[in-house]
Design a protein around this ligand. Structure first.
Ligand SMILES: Cc1ncc(COP(=O)(O)O)c(C=O)c1O
Length: 405
């Protein structure tokens, strides 16, 4: 199903704005094409559900037999509700408490442990258990410094230099390391950085250090185009190169291991739209400001990362082009979706669509200024259905007061 202007306008009319709309057909296409690009017999794609935990999306990928990368107890519980079994879930929480560790252990998922001290506590609590270890690839890459997860200045993973200490803990508690993991960052536009991270992890993944490995997980971060002139990485070539690195490693290791990746953005980003109504147009001494009925708590990437999202004027596509700041309705100067953007003339009442709103938009959302998150509509195989409704103002207030009791 292609979500054209007419469909989006119809959905905005039916469900009101602001509104998220997701294209399930595109999600399936993106998910499946990763298996084509990487085409490795033991490949497993673990969807990083932090990108979007919409229940329809989770269920859709469950039916596709996807695996999941999870980062909090509630994500695991949500995954179970969508039909995933524990053996399809990897748990990669950062800075977890003991309470969280015991709670999630009961749920039966494999832990991916990202610090020496947590490994020590885990070993003490569950000696003889199986674990995956998250190493820091020591490579800085990603579309913004806030999403680079490698290197000594970030909080993630165990630095390769700490290997000896890790092996000592593994031995002391008779742990079996069945997997190794690294994640370099999000929006990895430079493929060479990915190869570098892979090689850094593989350089310590010898049978001497880790004799019982079943898999190696190279994280997510596959880039997608956001700007109109962004070129898409040649994923076929990229996939072949990834495979070649891994094949060579497996032959040195002495047997074939499973190859894991855990993309979020690649699978869902392009499937999503955030629809909003332009309700105010101001001419500030020549600077044109468009005010809308959404705001940065509903799509924080431009404010938080300076990220670019395309904005489309659905109802006046042929208007004369003008330059606008497209803003939200939140009491913050930084509440801007697009700065100095050329758009067909925007009139009060026009319907705007922000593209690539499928990843890290709803899931990073909040109710700042006490405005409820928009509803979500899920479209698949020609059908559109309400996935989650928007709370009324009264419900939002009542929910908060209930938590105060
Ligand atoms: C450990 C880990 N895996 C996977 C991902 C998914 O990244 P992306 O959505 O860029 O593919 C992230 C993103 O933050 C992550 O931290």
């Amino acid at each position: 199903m292609h979500l054209d202007k007419k469909i989006l306008m119809g959905l905005a009319k039916k469900y009101g704005t602001p509104l998220y709309v997701y294209n399930g057909d595109l999600i399936v296409k993106r998910y499946r094409e990763l298996y084509d690009f990487i085409d490795f017999p033991s490949l497993k794609i673990l969807y990083a559900m932090k990108a979007n935990f919409n229940f329809h999306i989770l269920s859709l990928l469950e039916r596709e037999n996807a695996f999941l990368d999870t980062v909090s107890p509630a994500e695991v519980l949500m995954a179970f509700k969508a039909g995933y079994t524990p053996d399809r879930i990897l748990y990669t929480a950062n800075n977890m408490t003991d309470e969280e560790m015991y709670f999630v252990k009961e749920l039966g998922v494999l832990f991916n442990i990202d610090s020496r001290t947590r490994l020590e506590r885990y070993g003490k609590a569950f000696p003889g258990d199986e674990v995956c270890l998250r190493f820091n690839p020591d490579v800085m890459a990603g579309f913004h410094e806030k999403v680079m997860t490698g290197g000594a200045i970030t909080k993630f993973g165990i630095l390769p230099g700490d290997l000896d200490g890790v092996l000592e803990i593994v031995k002391r508690y008779d742990l079996t390391v069945v997997g190794l993991h690294e994640h370099t960052g999000s929006g990895l536009y430079d493929e060479n950085k990915v190869y570098e991270s892979m090689k850094n992890l593989l350089s310590i993944a010898s049978p001497g250090n880790f004799p019982s490995l079943r898999f190696i997980d190279f994280g997510g971060g596959f880039a997608v185009p956001y700007r109109p002139d962004d070129t898409k990485i040649n994923y076929e070539k990229f996939g072949n190169n990834l495979k070649a690195i891994f094949k060579e490693y497996c032959s040195e290791y002495g047997r074939d291991l499973e190859l894991y990746f855990e993309p979020g953005k690649y699978i869902v980003a392009e499937s999503g739209y955030l629809l909003m109504e332009a309700n105010t147009v101001k001419d500030n001494r020549g600077r044109l400001i468009v005010g809308t009925n959404s705001g940065f708590p509903q799509l924080i990437r431009p404010t938080f990362y300076g990220a670019y999202h395309q904005v489309v004027n659905l109802t006046n596509p042929l208007g004369d082009s003008q330059t606008y700041d497209v803003c939200g309705n939140i009491c913050e100067t930084g509440d801007v979706f697009a700065k100095q953007r050329e758009l067909p003339e925007v009139r009060e009442g026009d319907l705007l669509a922000i593209q690539n709103a499928g990843a890290y938009c709803y899931s990073m959302g909040g109710v700042y200024n006490l405005r409820a998150m928009p509803a979500e509509v899920f479209c698949f195989e020609g059908k559109a259905e309400l996935s989650r409704r928007r709370l009324s103002n009264n419900e939002l207030v009542e929910n908060i007061l209930r938590e105060c009791k």
